[in-house]
Write a new protein. Structure first.
Length: 174
């Protein structure tokens, strides 16, 4: 009987402790996590270093286990004549962003050309549909030749837009 009483008291004490500790607000949890992160930050002496692809690529020839014979990192020790404000080499993300911007500008220009040429074709077709113009006159023949030339230019411009869109798809710009 005593064993049963002690067991029940122990189980109820554990259950009571769990019930008291369980209801935590989200704010309390966030505050404890922030304190824990600050302790870790103080313990490690500052912010943790995030390893990027640039860090991995900047090692030169060789591997991590077998570095190259001449593993001097030129970025770590600037030349004596280099100024501290010298231009830094661009990262891959910066280069990609510039390439994407240039591609988008070319695509926009090509689309504007298509719009301009389509307007010209529409105007020429409207002009040819005008009944006041003679059906067999020299003005009509001139308009037809201009229309054919404009349609060729429009087709070339549309092909350029398609090519640029394909280039963007292959480069994963979209």
């Amino acid at each position: 009987m005593r064993l049963l009483t002690r067991s029940l008291l122990t189980v109820s004490a554990v259950a009571l402790a769990a019930a008291v500790a369980w209801p935590q607000s989200l704010g309390e949890i966030a505050a404890r996590e922030k304190e824990r992160q600050e302790k870790v930050k103080r313990k490690t002496g500052g912010a943790a270093h995030v390893i990027t692809e640039d860090d991995l690529r900047g090692r030169g020839a060789g591997t991590y286990s077998q570095p190259a014979a001449d593993s001097a990192n030129p970025a770590a020790s600037p030349s004596p004549g280099a100024s501290p404000g010298a231009a830094k080499p661009k990262t891959d993300d910066e280069l990609r962003a510039e390439q994407e911007k240039a591609w988008r500008e070319r695509l926009q220009q090509a689309q504007e050309d298509v719009t301009r040429l389509q307007t010209g074709v529409d105007n020429l077709q409207r002009e040819l549909g005008d009944p006041s113009m003679g059906v067999y006159g020299p003005g009509r023949a001139r308009s037809i030749s201009r229309l054919e030339e404009a349609q060729k230019q429009l087709a070339a411009a549309k092909q350029k837009v398609d090519d640029l869109q394909e280039e963007g798809r292959r480069s994963r710009f979209r």
